[in-house]
Design a protein around this ligand. Structure first.
Ligand SMILES: [Zn+2]
Length: 110
């Protein structure tokens, strides 16, 4: 590893040192840094409203952007612990139901 820079989505070269990147797992858990609920007409057949968040990952120093589990879009808060899941969510380019990653708030039981 040339430097400790992490990025997502994956790119070919490190913007810091321009070396090729190594692929590694970023983990699937983190803490919500910021979240908002979007109430305008959604793209991609997403439910209305839907929520998006910036999540600070636990395993690497990286903040990523993603969808929130639609069942929790009215109740998630900054500081909540989340885990990445894959759920049937919205439509693909053929207007068929498809799977998408989203962050799901963890409770004490999970
Ligand atoms: Zn680098």
């Amino acid at each position: 590893m040339h430097c400790d820079f992490f990025q997502f989505p994956r790119q070919e070269h490190c913007p810091g040192c321009l070396q090729s990147l190594q692929e590694r797992s970023l983990g699937g858990t983190g803490v919500i840094y910021s979240v908002t609920t979007v109430r305008v007409r959604p793209p991609l057949g997403l439910p209305q409203p839907y929520a998006v968040a910036y999540v600070d990952l636990d395993d690497v120093p990286l903040r990523v952007f993603g969808l929130i589990d639609p069942d929790q879009c009215e109740s998630v808060c900054i500081g909540d612990r989340v885990v990445l899941k894959v759920l049937p969510l919205g439509l693909n380019q053929q207007q068929q139901s498809c799977l998408r990653p989203c962050f799901h708030r963890l409770t004490n039981q999970e």
